[in-house]
Design a protein around this ligand. Sequence first.
Ligand SMILES: NC(=O)c1ccc[n+]([C@@H]2O[C@H](COP(=O)([O-])OP(=O)(O)OC[C@H]3O[C@@H](n4cnc5c(N)ncnc54)[C@H](OP(=O)(O)O)[C@@H]3O)[C@@H](O)[C@H]2O)c1
Length: 327
Amino acid sequence: MTIYPKIYVAGHRGMVGSAIVRQLLTQGQPVEHIVTRTHAELELTDQAAVRFFFETEKPDHVYLAAAKVGGIHANTTFPAEFIYQNLMMQANVIDAAFNNGVKKLLLLGSSCIYPKLAPQPMREDALLNGALESTNEPYAIAKIAGIKLCESYNRQYRQSHGVDYRSVMPTNLYGPGDNYHPEYSHVIPALIRRFHEAKVSHAPSITIWGTGTPKREFLYVDDMAAACLHVMNLPQATYQQHTQSTLGHINVGWGDDITIKELAETIARVIGYTGDIAFDPSKPDGTPRKLMDSTRLHALGWHASIGLEAGLVKAYEDFFNQQAAKP
Ligand SMILES: NC(=O)c1ccc[n+]([C@@H]2O[C@H](COP(=O)([O-])OP(=O)(O)OC[C@H]3O[C@@H](n4cnc5c(N)ncnc54)[C@H](OP(=O)(O)O)[C@@H]3O)[C@@H](O)[C@H]2O)c1
């Protein structure tokens, strides 16, 4: 008889958390052994509530995919909320997990933990080697603290309590559950919306900010979820062989990047928009390149499998479904 661990997925309604739940179910985890709470049901910044939850539910494993997330606009408008809420959520969950016997935990971070001028592609050891991008520094500092919480609990409690807390740093993600808000969304969902609206209104052309030459990396969220389970389930000795006690995180990327122009052309093709695509070089480009070095992950036996075009087809379906579900 298989004995299944009780797995708590924090943030299960979010883009990443919902993909982790899908992946757990796909890989045979029974739904009754997956524990979830919405934000309304459990406020993760509330230490007492988080402690009570762990004391009563007693999960075996934790995926920490709950976070306050947002783009540049939200990060610059609400920096206090970004640093405070993310620090609190991570500290509360990790400490309550430890105090209730959780041996395995996976923290979700982000590529913004790396210095603004980190050498490309960005390796794990670029962490704390330079100044961060100022616009999301509070969020990045909170995420770095999350990595250090995992490492510190391992260093202090691995021998005595068998603690094994890991962290993964995804590149830009897209796919089901994304946010297609006209002002607050990331580049892929924003372009899906714009190209869709241009197609529907028969607009003859679309103008995109910047030169179209910056390069970015994108990973389909179900690939990300598969990577999370892969990293979580690695034997402890294997994980330790490929990480260090004070450099324990693992990058998760597609492994290659494309220009914004190539991305726009691919999205236009998937959506069926046949008008012109123009670029406005008077608008800022942002950093010329942002690519994760995923060598560590590849050495651990995991590679992404869902290509951009196939992923965009599913993302466009999701956009449609979200639009249809709106009242
Ligand atoms: N999306 C990306 O492109 C991307 C890229 C790199 C890294 N990541 C990382 O992946 C993680 C998840 O991101 P995501 O895109 O899935 O975010 P998301 O879609 O906004 O989901 C965040 C989840 O966190 C929950 N949550 C937020 N604040 C909470 C609180 N105070 N108490 C309890 N629950 C709370 C929300 O619950 P409700 O739904 O109930 O409100 C939601 O389910 C983050 O750490 C992020 O940095 C994401």
